[in-house]
Design a protein. Structure first.
Length: 479
């Protein structure tokens, strides 16, 4: 007997509907899975066998063939356990097949028949949003996540037995709801009021946050570079619904999503300088998002910028320019969003004391030159704002008066973003000044005669490249 069960899989941050065909026929007892399954999917044979038996159902001692269609797409992950088990129960005549076509079914099985959470549930349910289904059956831990954008009722299930009871009509669970209207700005434990002094650095990151510009801070150890960087998310505008859903999809695929579901706080990622190229950009045998994608619509902070391996820094060129990462494999090409704000910090020299008036620098000019050359010109060209952060004065450290709180700075940033939103409302894909293309710059960054002469002199004296020239105009537009 043949049974068909609808499920889905994640491809990048998108979902792909998959039909699980289960055929049970007379013959020598075998269990074969075809349709480009990976090792995790093949291992489902043992999990399904134990889960069915421990849930009170028989495992048919017959010839079993499972096909995962379409067969030209590689299937990955343990999320096929539940649909295969349901298909087996139906194909062996233990449950009716009448309701199978009306549900999307996905989930990993434990040996006792319980359901475990899966990665990418938010992406998977999006694959069937246009279909006329009665519901989506998946592990309870993924229910709120899936309900965020699903137009179909979502049911959080605890076990295989419950799923089979629902399909038989013996159990009617309540759908899980997750309203986007309940989105709230997450509370942060850090605030810019804790940063003493460094007013010009705080002004620079405010401009950067307002226009979506990248920042490089250079200063001696202990000058507050890391402290400032960690507080930048607190002055960024709240995420829009579309931004929150896109970022949540990335974290869902990466397996980093909390049980509550939708991410409402802008990401802040700070990888160690020993991070590999693949961990930073994404990829691997089974492509997964890297740090640049996990920082989507948030901040990617690279502390000790010069200590990162050069190959890792150089692969940032494409994400900084295109705001996405493309990973090519033999069978497919995946694209992950990477629309982040880069904040980098470095010392002025190997010992760190070059710009500290109270300490003596022990580095030779050759050492300093070699140190600074670790960051290539093409990467520096892609960073809009370069600032020097001096040591904090004692009067600022010992003072009792705190700095301006993040909420006040955020209000100014939000006002600036609203102006940009109005400016670019008819231009798809452009939301901030940093994202302007040359055609928009000709409209919104026109210089008068005096400004043109100033830029001409700056280009000659500083040797600015065409990209540096454009970024200077974009920052000026933000200011």
């Amino acid at each position: 007997m043949l049974a068909k069960v609808l499920t889905s899989t994640a491809v990048g941050i998108d979902g792909l509907a998959v039909e699980v065909e289960v055929d049970v026929s007379n013959g020598l007892p075998t269990f074969t899975i075809v349709g480009l399954p990976n090792a995790e999917v093949k291992e489902s044979r043992d999990r399904v066998r134990s889960a069915l038996r421990n849930s009170g159902y028989d495992f048919p001692a017959k010839r079993i063939v499972v096909n995962l269609a379409p067969a030209n797409i590689r299937k990955e992950g343990p999320g096929f356990d539940l649909p295969i088990a349901v298909g087996l129960a139906a194909a062996s005549g233990q449950i009716s097949q009448d309701a199978l076509s009306r549900f999307l079914i996905l989930g990993e099985l434990s040996l006792d028949g319980g359901l475990k959470s899966i990665r990418g549930a938010l992406c998977m349910v999006a694959a069937v949003n246009g279909r006329n289904l009665d519901g989506i059956l998946l592990p309870a831990e993924n229910a709120r996540e899936a309900a965020i954008s699903s137009k179909i009722p979502v049911y959080g299930i605890a076990s295989l037995g419950e799923v089979l009871a629902i399909l038989e009509g013996n159990l009617k669970p309540q759908p899980v709801t997750a309203s986007l209207d309940d989105m709230q700005l997450a509370h942060s434990e850090v605030d810019f009021s804790e940063v003493k002094g460094q007013e010009h650095a705080k002004r620079a990151v405010e401009v950067a946050a307002a226009g979506g510009h990248n920042v490089l801070m250079t200063g001696p150890p202990g000058s507050g570079k890391t402290m400032i960087a960690r507080r930048i998310p607190t002055i960024l505008p709240p995420m829009t619904v579309d931004e929150a859903i896109e970022t949540t999809k990335i974290y869902s695929v990466a397996g980093l999503l909390k049980v509550d579901g939708l991410l409402t706080q802008r990401p802040f990622r700070s990888p160690h300088h020993t991070v590999s190229d693949v961990a930073l950009i994404g990829g691997g045998r089974i492509p997964h998002p890297g740090e640049v994608s996990l920082a989507n619509h948030g901040v990617l902070f690279l502390d000790e910028f010069t200590e990162f391996r050069q190959s890792a820094v150089e692969v940032l060129r494409q994400p900084l320019e295109d705001r996405l990462v493309t990973i090519s494999r033999a069978q497919m090409t995946l694209t992950f969003p990477a629309n982040f704000m880069l904040v980098a910090a470095m010392n002025p020299c190997p010992c760190g004391n070059l710009t500290d008036p109270m300490k003596e620098c022990r580095c030779s000019p050759r050492d300093i030159e070699r140190y600074r050359r670790k960051i290539s010109e093409p990467i520096l060209d892609r960073i809009d704002i370069h600032i020097e952060v001096p040591p904090v004065r004692y009067s600022d450290i010992s003072g009792q008066v705190g700095g301006e709180p993040s909420c006040s700075i955020r209000e100014r940033v939000i006002r600036a973003r609203r102006i940009q939103h109005e400016r670019f409302r008819t231009i798809p894909g452009v939301f901030t000044n940093a994202q302007m293309m040359p055609s928009q710059m000709r409209t919104y960054c026109r210089l008068d005669r005096e400004g043109a002469e100033l830029m001409k002199a700056a280009c000659k004296r500083l040797g600015l490249s065409a990209r540096s020239y454009a970024k200077t105009l974009k920052v000026a537009r933000t200011i």
